[in-house]
Design a protein around this ligand. Structure first.
Ligand code: AVI
Length: 316
């Protein structure tokens, strides 16, 4: 497994986490959701009745896999961005006759799991794992240059929605810079839909998303030696139609003082910590973003309700 240099910059990551908590409003980057507990809770979210994106994207992939594969290079190196357990990649490796799988994730734990699963399932295939943080520009040129095959950058699950449009543009540009003439991007993005559907997906009846959100306070406690008490905060998820995004927050249930390392931070009753934005895109809006990032030859698939969109794009 290769550790990209960005990840070794732990001190800078923690300094940014700490600084965010002292801003007004306070904020915590969603990349801190994914410790072992957070990964387990996210997997549970993906199974929830209310959380339609995973299921809807999987149905698009199932239904159109052969057609989508015809727009991708054969014998590619399949670059799975945010690979998790790798399961979303496996049917594609067969469909495009991929010769190498490169898993990329912020979590070394997920990389170990996915590399093990890939080895069992594809014994002859070249496999690599890269630990990196997508809030920095991708630098995978050296890893990809070790193998002579065009890359397919696979970015499913609408993870692109967790970046602001400006950040998404920068990330898409940095993907495009890796593609060369024959490489392709295969990306899934969540569509705009009615408020009640969106808000239920991020505030489910069982409280799994609430637990996922609150768990970040435990991560903060561990990373910054802080004493947040999850019970003293409430989960909130609201759709901001003007910004076209779900906003997840943790709202202080009372006035309280929290210790963060050697410092203290007072939270008023009702004061919120912003933990995640999840942007929703109309298909033509996302196509415009891809074009701004230097992509062309766009192909697009959606489900019947237009709830989720899948794009294949090449460097223009
Ligand atoms: C990972 N990401 C695409 C999820 C989303 O829908 O924005 C994270 C998530 N947050 C709450 N539920 C799921």
């Amino acid at each position: 497994m290769l550790a990209a240099d960005a990840l070794s910059d732990r001190a800078a990551r923690l300094a940014a986490l700490r600084a965010g908590l002292f801003e007004r409003p306070a904020r915590v980057s969603p990349k801190f959701f994914y410790d072992a507990q957070g990964c387990a809770l996210y997997s549970a979210i993906c199974e929830l009745q209310e959380y339609y994106p995973t299921r809807t994207e999987a149905a698009i992939f199932e239904r159109h896999r052969e057609e989508i594969a015809r727009h991708l290079p054969r014998g590619a190196q399949w670059v799975d961005l945010g690979c998790g357990d790798g399961a979303k990649s496996w049917p594609w490796l067969e469909a495009v006759g991929a010769r190498r799988w490169v898993g990329v994730d912020i979590s070394p734990q997920w990389l170990r799991i996915s590399l093990q699963a890939g080895t069992g399932r594809f014994p002859g295939m070249a496999l690599a794992g890269v630990a990196t943080d997508f809030t920095r520009p991708l630098r995978l040129q050296r890893v990809l240059a070790r193998f002579d095959a065009p890359p397919v950058f696979f970015y499913p699950g609408s993870s692109i929605g967790n970046f602001t449009p400006d950040e998404a543009l920068a990330l898409l540009r940095s993907m495009r810079e890796h593609l060369g003439r024959d490489g392709r991007l295969l990306i899934g993005v969540d569509g705009l839909k009615e408020r009640h559907v969106l808000e239920a997906a991020y505030d489910d009846a069982l409280g799994v998303t609430a637990a996922f959100n609150l768990n970040v306070l435990r991560v903060v406690n561990r990373e910054l030696d802080a004493d947040f008490e999850p019970r003293r905060f409430a989960h909130r998820a609201q759709f901001n139609a003007r910004e076209s995004r779900i906003e997840m927050q943790l709202v202080s249930r009372e006035t309280q003082v929290v210790r963060i390392g050697a410092a203290e931070r007072r939270f008023d009753a009702g004061e919120a910590i912003v933990t995640e934005y999840s942007y929703k895109y109309a298909a033509d809006g996302f196509a415009a973003l891809l074009r701004d990032a230097g992509f062309g030859a766009l192909q697009h698939w959606s489900d019947e309700r237009g709830w989720f969109h899948v794009f294949v794009a090449a460097a223009a």
